[in-house]
Write a protein that binds this ligand. Sequence first.
Ligand code: UDX
Length: 440
Amino acid sequence: MRLTVFGTGYLGATHAACMAELGHEVLGVDVDPGKVAKLADGVVPFYEPGLEVVLRRNLDAGRLRFTTSYPEAAAHADVHFLGVGTPQKKGEYAADLKYVHSVVDTLVPLMERPGVIIGKSTVPVGTAAELGARARTAAAVDVEVAWNPEFLREGFAVQDTLRPDRLVLGTDRDRAGSARVEELVREIYAELLAAEVPFLTTDLATAELVKVSANAFLATKISFINAVSEVCEATGADVTVLADALGHDARIGRRFLNAGLGFGGGCLPKDIRAFMARAGELGADHALAFLREVDNINMRRRTKVVDMAAKACGGTLLGANVAVLGAAFKPESDDVRDSPALNVAGMIQLHGAVVTVYDPKALENSRQVFPTLNYATSVVEACERADVVLVLTEWNEFTALLPEQLNPVVRRRTVIDGRNCLDRARWRSAGWAYVGLGTP
Ligand code: UDX
């Protein structure tokens, strides 16, 4: 099938390449000529393992192209995926829908044949219905709007797109075109459905809510274990053993029970806030009041680590040398959006310390958002003359570190393990004071 994908960020670029991988003729569309030129050249403008291979294979096969031209996109296909960002509004909790609106408002008047817009972005409930009405007011032809939320994780984007846990499709069930849209989507994902990926069809509002509820649940699970971690810290208990024990209960499960510095990134923090804002608009804010606490627990982890660093430096960070290992919001990503690691590094600098950051993939992005921090090109360089070493993103490069390598360069052998990812016994036997979160 001929498809377009609007937006070529983490979500859109992955979706475009993976739809081509399924055999479709795909045109990726973005307003940023720089991104389009890179992608057309086979270069992924961010770090995502495995994506470049899929991108190049499909560019070479002629199934995948990129453009900035909306008229070209309108002519190319009658099925248009929407994968643009929905960031948090400045100074508010609500999601900013300006990119979503801009795509619909620009594309729809150019459509000369009946078409379908399939949203993949995470949006406040009610957006799809509103977009449908908006599109039909502006269109000369029949336009259907459906929602097919994306659940991919950065670092596993290709795998999550080509072998998702489930596919969810919301259509406007009051419209006669709803069944035809479902048929089209079944055709697009035929290969996945043949592999028995569960396919759930529903109305627009439920589809939108599935996505934000999933992210709210994941955020809650992380904040739950971090709250328990605070109690462990108060009593000398060990949250890592506790999480293992909880995880054996199949009803709970071990995944997303890693206590530490908490969640960040372009999705979980802004999604729970947008969910609260939308519930407020709907008069149901009391229902999600607990998410405010989920957010508070999460943000408290960051100040906790700053306090731990100050304590390790003898009570004040003023004039201390602090090495921060990790800047990305999680490993296997170069994404620093709402990164707990960078946030902590910034706060420590504000307390008067000299902070040197190293990350295997996220240095360039970090420099752009936080130019005042020092950046090193290796772990050893970052740790030179450090009074304390903070491990804030659990990259394999850090978990595999031999502490003896750092012994000659640091000023004081104290490590704060912000992700409970290091082998404590190993660091202690190399002469280090090891401090974990929620561990004795
Ligand atoms: C998330 C959802 O998992 C995905 O389904 C959705 O489509 C987008 O948002 P992503 O942001 O890529 O994906 O990252 P994820 O792997 O979920 O991690 C989010 C954050 O939680 C990271 O900062 C991570 O370090 C943190 N985390 C995760 C924990 O602190 N503890 C855990 O046990 C798991």
